[in-house]
Design a protein around this ligand. Structure first.
Ligand SMILES: *Cc1c(COP(=O)(O)O)cnc(C)c1O
Length: 358
């Protein structure tokens, strides 16, 4: 199997090794040290301010999206949600469920966001902006510095879902004034699903302390209190946290976050350069390094996904909804190489020659 989806992705050796071992008991000083080191490395890789703190929740990425909305915002806030696809939609839905007044900035599918689209919301007493930095459903990477400028100019609290951008695209939490940065284990970190995590600025920590969120399992105040000693309130996905630790250490050993992002960027660049002779078009503007979204011209994109899966044992990412027949995505995250990409390209060329990919 060769996996070019956007998560769970193909695992690295150090991650697979831990997957084959027993899961240890976790109320120990040894495990606490590992969790605290995970926090330290994540803060380092996201350029988090010194006073920022990180907490780990057991659940997929959406658990941390929900925890952010529920613990940090209140019905007294006025939120802006950048909505350019299914993940933007999810933030809007969370705001509705928690009764946070919310205005959506709708982006056309596959299109970048411009400052002109934000202008109508300037000086309008919005208090929070929520964005999925990489809208994984279309591959669009929003302009982080532009959003950061908008938030700074308007004194807006800045929540960034970087679930598929962390380790694939540059993120500087301090420079961009990000208050909440969300990510999870199964995307560019290349681990199994099960853990998502939030890095929280001083301002976010203050909001959590003052809001007194009543929920139990996604309660960030109790997660923070426990994390002071490197623990979690309930049994976490212990194995996944150990795998994350091994992977974070490996990234550090190989040169750190810049080297890792460069590795992913090279794979994305190689793939994008080599698909231009195929009857495919790049679907989105300003794409993340994590994924390439392409549209087919005549054939069904879903059919290509099925042929690759069933006849070649290769997984790419199909799209849902309106884009299902038109768009598929090829991920560049996880344990993938140039050779792997060349294998996929060779098969796509073969399908084009056979006039299946048309
Ligand atoms: C993958 C992803 C999520 C989380 O999805 P889960 O299925 O809950 O892990 C959230 N936002 C973005 C942008 C993602 O790519």
């Amino acid at each position: 199997m060769l996996n070019f989806t956007v998560g769970p992705v193909q695992a690295f050796e150090e991650v697979k090794y831990i997957g084959g071992q027993d899961v240890p008991y976790f109320r120990t000083s040894e495990f606490s040290e590992i969790l605290l080191e995970n926090e330290k490395l994540i803060k380092e890789f996201t350029y988090a301010p010194k006073e920022a703190r990180c907490v780990f929740l057991s659940g997929s990425g959406t658990a941390s999206m929900e925890a952010a909305v529920a613990n940090i915002l209140t019905p007294g806030d006025r939120a802006l949600v950048i909505n350019g696809g299914s993940f933007g939609e999810r933030f809007a839905e969370l705001c509705k469920r928690y009764e946070i007044p919310c205005t959506e900035v709708k982006c056309e599918s596959g299109k970048a966001l411009t400052y002109d689209q934000l202008k109508p919301f300037e000086n309008k007493s919005y208090t929070a902006l929520l964005v999925n930095l990489h809208e994984t459903s279309t591959g669009v990477l929003y302009d982080l510095s532009m959003l950061s400028r908008f938030c700074r100019n308007n004194g807006i609290f800045f929540i960034v879902d970087a679930i598929s951008a962390f380790l694939a695209d540059e993120i500087d939490m301090e420079k961009e004034g990000i208050d909440v940065l969300i990510s999870s284990s199964q995307k560019a970190l290349g681990c199994p699903p099960g853990i998502s995590f939030l890095t929280l600025s001083r301002q976010a920590l203050d909001r959590i302390e003052n809001n007194h969120y009543k929920g139990l399992y996604l309660n960030l105040q109790s997660a923070l209190t426990n994390m002071e000693r490197g623990q979690t309130p309930y049994t976490p996905a212990v194995g996944t946290l150990l795998q994350m630790h091994a992977r974070l250490l490996k990234i550090k050993e190989l040169g750190g976050v810049k080297t890792e992002i460069e590795r992913v960027r090279r794979l994305a660049g190689h793939f994008r350069e080599n698909i231009c002779k195929l009857p495919l078009d790049i679907y989105s503007e300003n794409m993340s390094n994590a994924v390439t979204a392409v549209s087919t011209r005549k054939c069904s994109a879903y059919e290509i996904f099925m042929i690759l899966k069933n006849e070649y044992g290769i997984w790419i990412c199909p799209n849902g909804g309106e884009l299902a027949e038109k768009v598929f995505r090829v991920g560049h995250i996880g344990n993938l190489t140039i050779t792997d990409h060349n294998k996929l390209l060779a098969i796509l060329y073969e399908l084009a020659e056979k006039e299946i990919l048309v």
